[in-house]
Design a protein around this ligand. Sequence first.
Ligand code: PLP
Length: 409
Amino acid sequence: MTASSSATANAFRPSAAAERMRPNAIRALAPLLSRPGLLSFAGGVPSTATFPGENLALIAERLIRDHGATVLQYGTTHGNRDLLGLVVERVRGRGLPCAGPEEVLLTSGSQQALDLVARVFLDPGEVVFVELPSYIGGLASLWAAGAELVGFRLGQAGPDLDHLEEQMAAVAAAGRRARAIYTIPTFQNPSGVTSSAEARAGLLELADRHDLLVIEDDPYGEVYFDHTKVPPPPIAALDQHGRTIYLGSFSKVLCPGLRAGWVVAPPHACRRLELAKEAADLCSSSLDHAIVAEAVATGLIDERLPSIRGFYAARCGAMLAALEKHATPGSTWTRPGGGLFIWVELPAGCDSRATLDSAVNAGVAYVPGAPFFVDGSGTNTLRLAFSREEPAAMDRGIGTLFDVLREHR
Ligand SMILES: Cc1ncc(COP(=O)(O)O)c(C=O)c1O
């Protein structure tokens, strides 16, 4: 379709909200990172080897044949009743004091939950404190709502609470309005860092003191590697005042193609989020959520979790061993207890974006770290996803990567 731009200038003038949306810096690298034959530590997605395709095909076939009138029809905005009940049980199992389905909203993945939370609870110009580094999809939702993002540093044990407090004081001194903290306390994307119990309590205490909303994003909490080292309870489990919105997802424990996530929040907040969801999509996919409900109810997810944990633990262990062997002196990296990511900090002065093309030409891909930082820092950092490549390929891939980095120094 062609049209003269002057004739349609008004018709297609983007709204102020659309102008605020930012392209995803990682997706922009997709053509480079998806070159065939690459050893890829770039894509932050679960391994297809963990998807129970056969079981899901049988569940889907049976649901469509026996319950087609329901699963092929619109559902309620609040969500599939069975799945709501199962999510209530699941989050109670993680220590959340969830009273019932009135405190849950099912969403099309936790990404939709992030978007709804940002649209419902933030006004343009309000400040959200975010981790340095943080999840790009979460930042995108916050930016789209017009939030101003102020970063606080993340250490090996979670948020640097002194820095967070300093940032809060600076925002207050500048007369800006602080509204929320966005945190991914468990096996964080992108860093793999898990906040200690003390850091979680400290963050909540700061939120209490400043009357801020806490947006706790937890898609990786069940993907821990060692059952003797489970992560501390979620921040929402510690919250006495009901200021935390807790987001969860089935993407990493089942598969992300079935778009199933959830929000746990006080009932009044859930009702507002439900109104926003109704405007966005009326309801999530009835079929997707019915399949996920069946996968939870029949134990398919819980039975397979130990092997999924072992699968990623082996890959993470192989990547850590390769880093020990090949990393250049002065580089440091995280040692995650779960999730999909290791975070590497190269010596000061290195620029991981500048070395990406050479790495890809040499046959290995990663994600440069800078786009995960809202303050323009992180040039010398990079994210490695250990989800995709076989343990046997880690040594070669990490060896090649550090050969390239050495050549560029
Ligand atoms: C921290 C974080 N939050 C949310 C999401 C969105 O996941 P989904 O929409 O598949 O539940 C992701 C996906 O990778 C993520 O890493």
